[in-house]
Design a protein. Structure first.
Length: 152
C-alpha cells in the first residue's frame, strides 16, 4: 500500500496560492521540516501563525519535525557559503542515516501529510531528499515504492 505524501515550499507564492494548494491536495497534516520555523521570508509562515492559518483556512493540523531538518552547519555551508548542491545532498543524506529517521518515524504518520520548507521548488530542497530517503528505506526490500509523492 502506498503512503500519500506531498511537499510544498512557501517562498515565491502568495498566501492565497499556498493555502489553496494545501486545501485542494487534501492534506491532513503539514509537517514543517525547517530547522528554524520562525522564518520572516513570508509573513504567514511563522510557526504559530502558520498553525493557526492552516487550521482556520484548511482544517489542517501542523507539526514541527526538526528530525527531518538539516543541521545549522549543513545549512550554513550551502546557503551562506554558496556551497555545492551535491555536497549538501550527501551531507543531509548521511545525517538522515545517522539519525535513523526511517526507524524513528512511522510510515502512517506521513500518510496524508505535506512536508513544508521554504524552497519554492523541490529540485534543490531537503524535503524532496527526505521523501526519497524514506521511500527507499520503507519500500519493498529497499527498492523504494512506499511513498506516492506530489510536489505542490
Amino acid at each position: 500500500m502506498k503512503i500519500d505524501v506531498a511537499t510544498i515550499g512557501f517562498t515565491r507564492t502568495s498566501a492565497e496560492g499556498f493555502f489553496g494548494r494545501i486545501s485542494q491536495a487534501g492534506v491532513r497534516t503539514v509537517v514543517d521540516v525547517r530547522l528554524h520555523n520562525t522564518s520572516q521570508l513570508a509573513g504567514f509562515a511563522k510557526a504559530d501563525d502558520l498553525a493557526y492559518f492552516l487550521k482556520a483556512i484548511c482544517g489542517v493540523s501542523y507539526v514541527h519535525e526538526p528530525l527531518l531538518a538539516p543541521t545549522e552547519d549543513i545549512l550554513k555551508g550551502f546557503r551562506k557559503d554558496k556551497g555545492d548542491w551535491a555536497v549538501y545532498r550527501d551531507r543531509f543524506l548521511a545525517l538522515m542515516a545517522e539519525r535513523r529517521i526511517e526507524d524513528r518515524l512511522k510510515p502512517d504518520t506521513l500518510d496524508g501529510a505535506c512536508l513544508l520548507c521554504s524552497e519554492a521548488t523541490p529540485h534543490h530542497c531537503h524535503r524532496r531528499l527526505a521523501c526519497e530517503y524514506l521511500d527507499a528505506r520503507w519500500g519493498l526490500g529497499g527498492k523504494g515504492g512506499a511513498l506516492r509523492v506530489r510536489h505542490l
